[in-house]
Design a protein around this ligand. Structure first.
Ligand SMILES: C[S@@+](CC[C@H](N)C(=O)[O-])C[C@H]1O[C@@H](n2cnc3c(N)ncnc32)[C@H](O)[C@@H]1O
Length: 230
């Protein structure tokens, strides 16, 4: 049976390096671990989720692809379900950036010991980038993918013990996206400008939000400056 991934899921899978044991936290359908084990990218995988429904769906899919010997399902919160040093690569994808950050903070040593973390937050990317930089993780690659009108960013990171300097704007737009001039970065920035304009409209009549307004205006200028340089 063929399993083709596309768009967001394919980019996440493409960013996973060859590994022994992959942990996919918040796996839901388990398509990513199934795809990666089938393609020999990882030898074994753990497909973990906090809800029983997704774990059952994952188990069914794993059986369907005859991979029950190689992919184990686990039920529980975040990285609690894996032992320290059990997984050399960890994926956390498709959840909010703040939750994702909390899951890493709750089991920091497991994240520190992994060879690679492939993260795909649905929002609040600045929160996760800040946590990674402040905790001496290196963001060694980032890439944007479009699916219809939506854009997603995949962050590849690992602990290297070196804290990096960053600006507030670089938390919102990853340094590596800027350095490598990601082909979708200009469109991504334009989308952000539109989002800021919508927020500014809502804040327009609220005097007490002057500080917030000026922060958004500053951010909008930074996005426009970056678009002009790309
Ligand atoms: C939108 S799905 C994403 C599925 C898949 N990772 C993807 O990117 O397509 C989010 C999944 O994360 C799970 N989840 C939410 N909070 C979690 C937590 N604290 N620990 C583990 N899984 C969690 C949900 O149950 C759900 O199955």
């Amino acid at each position: 049976m063929i399993l083709n991934l596309k768009g967001r899921l394919k980019l996440i899978a493409d960013k996973v390096p060859k590994c022994n044991v992959l942990a996919d936290i918040g796996t839901d359908h388990a398509y990513i671990p199934i795809y990666l084990v089938r393609n020999g990218v990882c030898k074994k995988a753990i497909a973990s989720d906090i809800k029983i429904g997704p774990v059952k769906i994952a188990s069914n899919n794993i059986s369907l692809y005859k991979l029950s010997e190689k992919i184990e399902t686990r039920l529980g919160n975040g990285l609690d379900t894996i032992e320290i040093d059990e997984a050399d690569t960890i994926i956390i994808a498709g959840m909010g950036g703040t939750l994702l950050t909390e899951l890493l903070e709750a089991n920091k040593q497991k994240a520190v010991n992994a060879n690679a973390l492939v993260l795909q937050p649905m929002n609040d990317l600045h929160v996760i980038r800040k946590w990674l930089y402040d905790n001496a993780f290196e963001i060694y690659d980032e890439e944007i993918v479009a699916e219809g009108p939506k854009m997603y960013c995949v962050i590849c990171t690992k602990f290297n013990g070196k804290k990096k300097q960053y600006t507030d704007f670089e938390l919102h737009v990853g340094q590596s996206l800027i350095e490598k001039k990601d082909p979708l970065l200009a469109s991504y920035c334009k989308m952000k400008v539109k989002q800021i304009d919508r927020v500014l409209e809502q804040l327009e009549d609220m005097k007490e939000n002057d500080v917030l307004k000026s922060q958004y205006i500053r951010q909008k200028k930074d996005y426009i400056n970056l678009i002009e340089k790309l």
